[in-house]
Write a protein that binds this ligand. Structure first.
Ligand SMILES: Nc1ncnc2c1ncn2[C@@H]1O[C@H](COP(=O)(O)OP(=O)(O)O)[C@@H](O)[C@H]1O
Ligand SMILES: O=C(OP(=O)(O)O)[C@H](O)COP(=O)(O)O
Length: 395
């Protein structure tokens, strides 16, 4: 793969696929800018070489046509500040405006195209649409790791129209860090998995059993395991059709000598709300009408110890409903344990939108080894799948 460092962008228009799919609040303010800041090094290198940058991205999941709330113009003010220069904007990603602005682009300038998903052709991976995008630039750079698991027009199909295909710094760092964990992780290696559903993460967990020494399961998905083991879970979130699967994972972990840790106790609530009545009960003893929304103090102690004694840590998914301050204790404790392990020299990788947000909101973003910009993309990589956005760079 060609890298940003090995390519001279002088006099070239770099068409860069970025992942600017950032969370916006109702006033269109960016609530997490990780994905924006991440592309700065790639764009800076292009400009420093004497090239210009055309940035293309999707935002949200529009229904196949323009939608004001998903316009990328909302992030322009932020980009102007971040790049310290005026970023030009084309109100379309193909068509006359985009073509004219791309053609007139001078070295040192940056142009942002409107949301690619305003055309259904983007997600369909339409070849003609990819071709129309491709005429805007001289070289294609893929720096959208967060969207690398999608075989879309701008993330993969477009590659065939370029002689020069360059792997951006974000993409390179993401793959390097994921491989560091999968292939060169120092033992003991611990994966902490949380979040709401096992079904989303089953393949990752299975694949990780070949790599990790410890597997910690917390958050909503732990209740399916507890139920499968015959425990009482009240009205906690669970997937009744995944009980067999949970048991088979427990067996597979045993067969592969992986230590599997499940919660010892849970903080349960009588309602799904921050102000619900709460109590701490042992795992498997949740009364009827109550639901587990966080891990309990004994679990926090156990999980934190395992994490603190690890040399390599992967964390994906919160330990409870951390959006409710009263049920965020377990998630915050794990974030602190990951930070402490890192301070003791461990390599730590945080993946998944919610765990990354938890780490960043706590101000620990710089205290862990790497915070991935990918959610689904990172998980698919850990499942052992080939990411179309990476394959397109390799072809
Ligand atoms: N015990 C629980 N009951 C209900 N929802 C939970 C529970 N624990 C975690 N969750 C929810 O899981 C969601 C995150 O899951 P997921 O998307 O899998 O994580 P990530 O984005 O980090 O990969 C959060 O919105 C959180 O509130
Ligand atoms: O935010 C993203 O994925 P993620 O929520 O899995 O991190 C990417 O921008 C991909 O978006 P998509 O899942 O709408 O294709």
């Amino acid at each position: 793969m060609k890298t940003v460092d090995s390519f001279n962008f002088s006099g070239k228009k770099a068409l860069i696929r970025v992942d600017f799919n950032v969370p916006l609040n109702k006033s269109f303010e960016i609530t997490d800018d990780t994905r924006l800041k991440a592309v700065l090094p790639t764009v800076s290198k292009v400009l420093k070489d004497g090239g210009s940058a055309i940035l293309m991205s999707h935002l949200g999941r529009p229904k196949g046509g323009p939608e004001e709330k998903y316009s990328l113009k909302h992030i322009l003010p932020y980009l102007n500040k971040m790049f310290g220069q005026e970023v030009l904007f084309a109100a379309d990603c193909i068509g006359e405006d985009a073509k004219a602005k791309a053609a007139a682009l001078k070295p040192g300038q940056v142009l942002l195209l409107e949301n690619l998903r305003f055309y259904p052709e983007e997600e369909k991976g339409d070849v003609e649409f990819a071709k129309k995008l491709s005429v805007l630039g001289d070289v294609w750079v893929n720096d959208a790791f967060g969207t690398a698991h999608r075989a879309h027009a701008s993330t993969a199909v477009i590659g065939q129209f370029f002689k020069d295909k360059v792997c951006g710094y974000v993409m390179q760092a993401e793959l390097d860090n994921a491989n560091k964990l999968l292939k060169q992780g120092e033992k003991p290696i611990t994966a902490v998995m949380g979040g709401s559903k096992i079904s989303d993460k089953i393949m990752v967990i299975e694949n990780l059993l070949d790599t990790v020494d410890n597997l910690i399961i917390g958050g909503g998905m732990s209740y399916t395991f507890t139920k499968a083991l015959g425990g009482k879970i009240g009205k906690s979130i669970n997937e009744p059709d995944k009980l067999e699967l949970a048991l088979s994972l427990i067996e597979k972990a045993k067969a592969k000598n992986v230590k599997l840790y499940l919660p010892l106790d849970n903080v349960v609530a009588d309602d799904f709300s921050n102000d619900a009545n709460k109590q701490t009960v042992k795992t498997g003893e949740i009364p009827d009408g109550w639901e587990g929304l966080d891990i309990g103090p004994e679990t926090v102690k156990l999980f934190s110890e395992v994490v603190a004694n690890s040399k390599t840590v992967l964390w994906n998914g919160p330990m409870g409903v951390f959006e409710f301050a009263n049920f965020a204790t377990g998630t915050i404790a794990i974030a602190k344990a990951v930070k402490e392990a890192t301070q003791k020299g461990a390599f730590s990788l945080i993946g998944g939108g919610d765990s990354a947000a938890a780490i960043n909101n706590l101000g620990f973003g710089n205290d862990v080894s790497y915070v991935s910009t990918g959610g689904g993309a990172l998980l698919e990589y850990f499942e052992g799948k080939t990411l179309p956005g990476v394959a397109a760079l390799e072809k």
